[in-house]
Write a protein that binds this ligand. Structure first.
Ligand code: PMP
Length: 398
């Protein structure tokens, strides 16, 4: 039969990143496109030990679990959060299937089709997909290196009465930008004055290259889970491994319990095997030392990619040095369409993500996102040489 799809689905575009990953699979392509963590740094042995402990603990380990998530893991996470000045009780936290599901559930419980959500421009592509799927009106707020421009956000709040503001204030995807504390406080102030919920997405906060730097989360600055406006989500995907598909959300218990109802409809609960494994991992493994290793390695890789790009001597290819996260955000010469550059790059066996996909509106087409965590050493050098060959051909034609 000819299926008639819902209008929300028809609006949905497939993720440009996933499409490129499909294109690159099984070929000799060096890909800077995916947001993939370094595989050689996954704590494989430690996860295996933790899983063995779980399997040894008896048959009930394979039983259905709570929708809100495995309580011992939530209790441990509350302790870890407290060290970052985020004070939260287990009933103010829900475990989710990756932080991606937290974004989806928060959207489902708070938003009606047609409601306005404010976002940074550019912002995380898969959140734009969630908002589109829910039929929201996505309104981008002008942003610079310090974060969202607060006066612009206020102007749009007065004009459009948004119900939600979605932000990635620390090492955002795709730009790796870090919001200044002033902007963080400025947004909180707007949220309180106008009564608007904030969804703070923080998958990369731990991946900071200078561990003495402190970037307080909006959740910590507000310091009020119950009755607060900030709903916070993070994940084990970048610090342990994405395959465990374990993230969490925290905030007002009224929202958390509503999310639990929506989650029952979605998947009853996230994998208890994965959650119990993470619980054991946190008990018997020094995750903070592991995070230290990741920070060091990713910082080195970022420096290597920068050196390779700088060595090309381009005067009109610009980027800010990332202070953390997994991406370099390039601004290419004006007028250059990064999507066309990608097509040519793929013929030279190298891939990246053209920046336009990350904009809710008014895309800046001469931008590109390069991942520096997955491809290393000689392979990174070869990949950047291929990228440079493609770009130089474009520049020669301009
Ligand atoms: N938010 C942002 C900004 C991300 O970059 C990602 C991963 N690409 C996620 C959320 C989702 O991660 P996960 O579902 O693996 O926790």
């Amino acid at each position: 039969m000819e299926f008639r799809f819902s209008s929300n689905v028809e609006r949905l575009q497939s993720s440009a990143v996933r499409d490129i990953l499909k294109l690159t699979q099984g070929k000799e392509i060096i890909s800077f496109a995916g947001g993939l963590p370094a595989e050689e740094l996954f704590p494989l042995e430690a996860v295996r030990d933790a899983a063995e402990r779980v399997f040894k603990s008896g048959n009930n380990t394979l039983q259905y679990g709570l929708t809100e998530g495995y309580l011992p893991l939530r209790e441990q996470l509350c302790g870890r959060m407290a060290k970052k000045n985020m004070h939260v009780e287990p009933h103010e936290m829900i475990m989710t299937t990756g932080s991606q599901q937290a974004i989806d559930l928060i959207t489902r419980v708070l938003m009606e089709p047609g409601d306005v959500v404010l976002v940074e421009n550019p912002t995380y592509l898969a959140s734009l997909q969630v908002f589109n799927l829910s039929g929201l009106r996505i309104v981008p707020v002008a942003s610079d290196n310090d974060g969202m421009i607060i006066s612009e956000a206020e102007r749009l709040i007065k004009q459009l009465q948004p119900k939600l503001i979605y932000v990635v204030p620390t090492f955002g995807n795709p730009t790796a930008r870090v919001w200044s504390e002033e902007r963080r406080r400025g947004l909180l102030d707007l949220s309180h004055r106008y009564g608007i919920a904030i969804l703070e997405d923080d998958p990369y906060g731990d991946i900071k290259f200078d561990e003495t730097e402190d970037y307080p989360t909006l959740f910590a600055l507000e310091d009020k889970a119950d009755g607060g406006n900030v709903l916070y989500t993070s994940t084990f995907s970048k610090t342990v491994a994405p395959a465990l598909r374990t993230g969490w959300a925290m905030g007002s218990s009224s929202v958390i319990s509503m999310m639990a109802k929506a989650k029952q409809a979605a998947d009853l609960h996230s994998s208890t095997l994965d959650q119990q494994t993470l619980d054991q991992l946190l008990r018997h493994y020094d995750l903070d030392a592991h995070i230290g290793t990741i920070r060091g390695a990713y910082g080195d890789r970022m420096q290597q990619m920068q050196r390779l790009l700088k060595a090309q001597g381009w005067s009109d290819v610009k980027w800010e040095q990332p202070k953390g996260g997994m991406f370099l955000w390039l601004e290419l010469p004006e007028g250059l369409d990064a999507a066309a550059l990608l097509r040519s790059a793929v013929t030279k066996n190298v891939a990246f993500v053209p920046g336009a996909a990350f904009y809710a509106a008014e895309p800046q087409r001469n931008t590109a996102r390069l991942n520096f965590t997955f491809t290393t050493g000689e392979r990174m050098a070869t990949g950047i040489a291929r990228f440079a060959e493609a770009l130089n051909e474009f520049l020669a034609r301009c």
